[in-house]
Design a protein around this ligand. Structure first.
Ligand SMILES: [Zn+2]
Length: 65
């Protein structure tokens, strides 16, 4: 599982690939849930891709929803 860097949704890489909702950025594969998120990322990749990635599991319980 990978994370959509824009909306932080968990994405199945194979599925994203099949839909073309995938992009390579600085050697990293980024996957998206929708065209909108992909466009958002393509617009300003540094805004999303540079976000720290270490907090994957610790933050789970802190989401407000
Ligand atoms: Zn998304």
């Amino acid at each position: 599982m990978k994370k959509d860097p824009v909306c932080l949704m968990e994405i199945d890489e194979g599925e994203a690939k099949a839909k073309g909702l995938i992009t390579e950025w600085h050697g990293q594969t980024q996957v998206f849930c929708s065209e909108q998120c992909k466009e958002e990322f393509d617009d300003s990749p540094e805004l999303y891709a540079s976000a720290p990635r270490e907090f994957d599991e610790d933050e789970e319980g802190d989401y407000p929803y």
